[in-house]
Design a protein around this ligand. Sequence first.
Ligand code: 5GP
Length: 125
Amino acid sequence: MAVNGTGPYDPQNVFARILRGELPCKKVYEDEYALAFHDIAPKAPVHVLVIPKGPFVSFADFSSKGTEAEITGFTRAVGKVARDLKLEAPGYRLLSNVGVAGGQEVPHFHVHLFGGRALGAMLPG
Ligand code: 5GP
């Protein structure tokens, strides 16, 4: 079910629980600013989620309230994960759903990183 990307942060959301270690994840990378882990229902041979460590609901929230260090640190982490997964040369796709129209389901900002095959059209239809 899609969520509001601009509402208050819910500390019980599933990614907050993963960050606190209350739920497991298949970790790919972690640093001060970001955690990356495999999506539980992958839509491509590589489907990794990268999330910031801070309590941001969506890209809308992160881009307006994140500090320079958080935004830089997160962005660099996304690039490093793609590099470490050897996705740079073949290419990959980044995607972030925001709010109801965007189809966002988990109300903690995350970037999907897809790769491992030719990904085709940007949107279905
Ligand atoms: P959204 O629609 O919010 O952009 O995508 C949320 C993503 O989180 C979905 O691709 C979904 O499969 C993934 N997801 C939901 N719950 C979990 C979980 O508990 N663990 C992991 N690793 N991924 C999850």
